[in-house]
Every structure is written in structure tokens, then in C-alpha cells.
Design a protein around this ligand. Structure first.
Ligand code: ARG
Length: 255
């Protein structure tokens, strides 16, 4: 039900070119709820997209985001990516236009919620975020970041917010969301709620430290019932499931 409403809202938001992220249920919601401000340079791979979504720098020319943040595969010069600044109004921010969008093949609003946006010019001097290629890191404590709403139904944020949330096993998450797709989706949040991604954070990365203490992306902000509600964790695209498809798509886009 939550997921069904998602497509409708995404389309409306995309058409309007407005900030509130896709995937709203018929109830109010919030953003990186329970977060604090990220320091400048702390998450250099973070991208803000002009349709009101987040993303992560996958390579100097490619931004990994959510399928529900884009409308289709094909040439698209209408998206502006803002990078290199926690303050979206910073005079040192970098802005680059898109020139192509690749949406996950077969995406229909259920699972497969990933897409790549190609930038018209490569971005230099910003670290990229490697994606998990197996399930090793699909557990533990995750970092979530975004410029989305900080309270359910709240405004988009000027400054990047961050928070951490614990992994929620599929068997637990399925109790809250019977239509969860365990192979495609990974859940995170506290049973008591209070900390979560929210509208406008969609497409942004959920990540953790790997064995070498480097950041590795395990999720893409996808959906949830409201934001930060008790017993309703955030649902994220399970990046490891799609890592090889993403790599193939990236190669086809020129890397
Ligand atoms: N789909 C939303 C967006 O467009 C993100 C929803 C995340 N919700 C959550 N409770 N974690 O930004």
C-alpha cells in the first residue's frame, strides 16, 4: 500500500520538479529525523539532486540514486546535481547538469529501486563511495545522510544531516511491511523510532565502515511508512543484490 502510493507521488513530484521526495504514504512524515549536522567534507560523495532526492558519487561522472527519483532511461539534461558542500547555498558548491539517466531495468515500483545519473562533466576532487558487492556488510550500524525533511511532513533542509541506525533483519521488517521484498530491500531503524531518513532523502546512500575502515554503500533510501515511527523502519535498496547490474550499467554509460 505504501509502495503503491509511491509511484503516484513520485510522478507528481517529478512533474512539479519540487523538493518533497517520492514515496509518501497517505500520512504525514519526517527526514533524516533525529540527525545532527554533518561537517564540511565528512561525506564528500554526497549529492543533492534537483528533483528533491539524494545520491552518491559512484564514479566521477555517475551518481547512484533511486529509480523512484527518475522517470525513465534516456537522455536527460534537466537534473542539476549539487556536490562538494554540506550547505546547499555555499558559494563553494559544485553544480553539474545531468546528460543521461539509466533506470533499473524492469523497475515497476516494487524493488529494484536504483538508477544512475550521468553528469555532463566529471567531478574531480571528491571521493566516490564504493558499493557493497556481497552481503558481508548487510548488518551492523549504518550511517544515513540527507537534505530531506527533519520531521515528518517537515521542510527540506539547507544543511546536510546525518544519523546512525541499526540493521533490522528481514524477518522483523516483514512484520511491519508484509510486501517487503527481502532480496531487493534491507531495513534499518530503531524499534522505538525517532531516527530515520524521510522525504527528500530518497536516493541517498546508507553506508557503513568496511574491514579497512573505509565507507561502503549498503543501501539506497527507498521508502517507509511515515518517518521515524516506532516499529516502522526505513526500507533501503539492498545494494549488494544489484552491484553487478549497477557495474554493468555504469560501464555502458562510459564508467
Ligand atoms: N521515498 C522517500 C523520499 O522520497 C524516502 C522515504 C524514506 N522513509 C523512511 N521512513 N525511511 O525521500
Amino acid at each position: 500500500m505504501v509502495r503503491r502510493l509511491l509511484a503516484v507521488v513520485v510522478t507528481a513530484a517529478a512533474l512539479a520538479g519540487i523538493a518533497p521526495g517520492p514515496a509518501q504514504a497517505a500520512v504525514p512524515r519526517e527526514s533524516v529525523v533525529g540527525g545532527t549536522r554533518a561537517a564540511q567534507g565528512e561525506f564528500p560523495f554526497m549529492v543533492r539532486l534537483s528533483m528533491g532526492c539524494g545520491g552518491a558519487l559512484y564514479s566521477p561522472r555517475l551518481v547512484l540514486t533511486a529509480a523512484h527519483c527518475v522517470s525513465r532511461t534516456g537522455t536527460n539534461t534537466s537534473i542539476t546535481a549539487t556536490l562538494g558542500a554540506v550547505d546547499l547555498q555555499s558559494s563553494s558548491r559544485i553544480t553539474v547538469q545531468s546528460n543521461y539517466v539509466y533506470r533499473a531495468p524492469g523497475y515497476n515500483g516494487n524493488g529494484k529501486d536504483w538508477a544512475l545519473i550521468r553528469l555532463a562533466t566529471p567531478v574531480t576532487g571528491l571521493a566516490t563511495l564504493p558499493v557493497a558487492t556481497n552481503t558481508t556488510y548487510n548488518t551492523g550500524t549504518f550511517t544515513i545522510v540527507g537534505w530531506g525533511a527533519a520531521t515528518e511532513g517537515g521542510a527540506q533542509q539547507r544543511y546536510l544531516l546525518k544519523a546512525t541506525v541499526p540493521f533490522v533483519p528481514d524477518a522483523t521488517c516483514d512484520n511491519s511491511y508484509p510486501d517487503l521484498i527481502p532480496s531487493d530491500e534491507i531495513c534499518a531503524g530503531y524499534a522505538s523510532g525517532g531516527v530515520d531518513t524521510c522525504q527528500g532523502d530518497s536516493g541517498g546512500p546508507m553506508f557503513r565502515r568496511d574491514a579497512s575502515n573505509a565507507w561502503i554503500q549498503v543501501g539506497i533510501v527507498s521508502w517507509g511508512n511515515g518517518c521515524a515511527r516506532p516499529n516502522y523502519p526505513g526500507v533501503y535498496t539492498e545494494v549488494s543484490t544489484f552491484a553487478s547490474a549497477i557495474a554493468t550499467a555504469a560501464a555502458s554509460l562510459g564508467g
